[in-house]
Design a protein around this ligand. Sequence first.
Ligand code: MOS
Length: 715
Amino acid sequence: MSVIGSPVSRVDGPAKVNGEAHYAGEFAPKDLLYAATADSTCPAGTIVTLDTRDAARAPGVLLVLTHLNADRLPYQEPAERVAVDPVAGAQLRVLDGPAILFSGQPIALVVARTQAQAEYGASLVPAPYDADPPAKLRFDPALAQPTSEAAAKKKRGPETRKGDAEGAFARAPVTLDERYRLSREQHHPMEPHATVAEWTGDRLTLWSKTQWVGNERDEIARRFGLPPANVRVINPYVGGAFGSSLRTWPHVTLAAMAARRARRPVRLELTRRQLFTFVGHRGQSEQHVRLGADPNGRLLATICEATGQTSTYEEFAEPLLGPAGATYACDDRLTRYKLVPMNVNTPCPMRGPGWATGLVAQEMAMDELAERLGMDPIELRLRNYAERDPMKDLPWSSKALRECYAQGAERFGWSKRPLKPRARRDGRDLVGLGMATAIYDSGRYPTSASVALLPDGTALVRCATADMGPGTYTSMTQVAADALGLPLARVRFELGDSTFPPAKEHGGSTTMASVGPAIQEACGAVKAKLAGVADGAPITDFAAVLRRAGLDRIEAEASAKPDDAMKTHSINGFGAVFAEVRVDVDLCTIRATRIVGAYDAGRIVNPKLAHSQCIGGMVQGIGMALFEDVEWDEHLGRVSNGTIAEYIVPVNADIHDLDAIFVDTREPLLNPLGVKGVAELGLCGVAPAIANAVWHATGKRVRNLPITPDRLLTA
Ligand code: MOS
C-alpha cells in the first residue's frame, strides 16, 4: 500500500515537542547583540526633532540608528513584482526620512548587549511630530477609490461585468440588498516575527521568520544593492504565519542595517504589540450585495460592490470578489472593487485572502435569499450550481461540490433542521443550524528539489520551501518515500534554506501541488542515475551499490512546473460547511457547538494533516465569526486593543465538536499527485455558516462580523 494517503504523524513532531526545533529568533551566533525599536505615536506627519542622547547613554546601549544617521539603502525595484507584494505604490523605507505614514512606524533602532537594555534604550527616544498632512483615519466606503490598472491585470480590477446585472436586478421578482462588514483581523501566530542578521564581509546571513526564503534573499539583496548570492536566508521552522510572513517586512531590513553598523550579529524580535503594526493584517471590508432571483430560487442578477482597506503608500488589492464571480451560475453579474487608503501599515494576505472574506458576504446573502424564498439553503445552492466557472467561462478541472453538500449534510444531520428560525430551545439556549459553501482558488508554481542517496541507506531530500504548520515536512517525506520505494524512516526532508533548490511562496495552498511533483521528478532522476551506476544489479539496497562503486552519494536535482491547465480550466477546491450554535437567550453569548466541513480538495496525501488543517480553519473561522476584532481608534489613528490579551481569539473553552471529511476525488489536471490544496479552503465558509446559524437560532441577522453579544443584543 502506498504511503501516500496514510495518516502519518508529523515527522517533525518530536523535535517541536522536545525543543530541538529552532525558530528564527533562537539562532544565536557568537557575539550576538539585541535590538529594539522606538515607534511613532502619531499616524501621519513629520518628525520635528529626534533626541537620541538619553538612549545612547543608557546602560548597555552600543548604537542608536535613526533617519539622521542610518545608511541610505538603494531599494532596487525588481523587473517584476512577486505576487506577495502589492502591485502598486512604494514599500516603506525604514529610517529613510522624517515622514510618518502610520502610528507604529519604526523611527529609531537601539542596539544593546541585552534585550532588556535595548528595550529600555528605545523607550528613551522622544519624538515630537508636526501632524501635517491631516491623517486619513476613517474606514468610510464613501472615501474609496477604484483599484488601479495594475490591480486589474491581477484580476483585482475595479469592475467586471457580464450581461445586464442592474437591469436584471430591477426586474427580478425576489430581491435582496444588504451590506456586510468584517472587522480588521490580525494573524497572531504563536511565534512572533524575528530576524537574526550576521555579516561576514559583504555577505549576509539571515535567520528570519519567512514563508519564502528565496524571496527574502532576493528582496534584501535588492534593498541593500547586493548580488542575491551574497545573501543566505535560513528558517527551518515557522511557528504559524497565515500569510504574515509572505512579504519581507521592514524589521528584516532593520536587523541587517544594525548588524552591518555594529559589526556584530544582531537580533530583532517583534513584540506582540508590534505585530499589529509591522507585518500586515486583514483589512476592514464592506460588501454591498444585491441578489435578484425568480420565485424558484434561480439567480437572475448578482451584484457585489466591495470596499477594502489599504495604506497611503501601497495598494493592497486582494481577490475579495472571487467568490461573487465563481460560486453560482448567473448570466447577469457585476462586481466592483474599491479601496480606502488610510494611515495604517499596508495590509497583507491572511489565510484565504479575499476568498474567505468574500464568502462571508455572499454566503450570508444566499442564506437571506433562501429565507425570503422559504427554501432550504442547500436547495437554493443546488438550483444555482455552477457547472462551469461563470466568471472565467471555463470548465472546472474537477468539482465534487454536490458530493460535499450531500455528505456534509448527512454527517451533520441537516435533514432534521426546521426551516423556520428560533424554532429550537434547550434550557437557556436557542439552538440554530446554518451552512455555507466554501471555494478557494487552487494554484501551482514551478519548483525544484534535490535527492541524495547516502551510504547509510537513507535519502536526503531538499527544497527551499517552508512549513508554517500544514505539515510540509511530513507530506513531502511521504511523497519521497513513495517515489523511492523506501520506508519513511529512511527519508529525511529538509527545507527553509535559500541555498536549497528553489521554490516559490509557501502560501496560497500551493505547496503540495508545487513541491510534491518536483520531489517526484527528483526521485525519478536519482533512480535513473542509480540504475546507471548499479549496471543491472538490483537497486533496492543502494548503500551496497554506493560501496561497490566507491561513491559517497548519488545526487540529482529536478524541476517541475505547471502546464496550461490553469489557463484552459478553472481549478478550485470546494466544500460545504455546517455549523450549530447555541445562543444564551438573555446574555446573547454565542457558542459554536458543532461544525462539520465536507471538502473536495482533490487527493488527500495525509488525512491526519488535512483533517488538522480543516479543524484549525474552523477554529479560525469561529474567531472571524464571533471574536476577532481589531478595534481601530479613528481619532488617534491606532489600534486600541493592540495586545493579545485584548484582541480576543478563540481559546480551548470556545472550541467544541469539530469534524472534517473529504469526498473521494482526484484532481486530474493541476499536478500528477492529484491534489488541489487544503489550507486556505479550511477557513472558507466557516464564518458565514456560523453567522447563518446565529440567525437560525435567534431570527436576528447581524451583518457586522464578529457577532459579539452587544451587536446581537442591539439586533
Ligand atoms: Mo497564505 S494567506 O497564502 O499564507
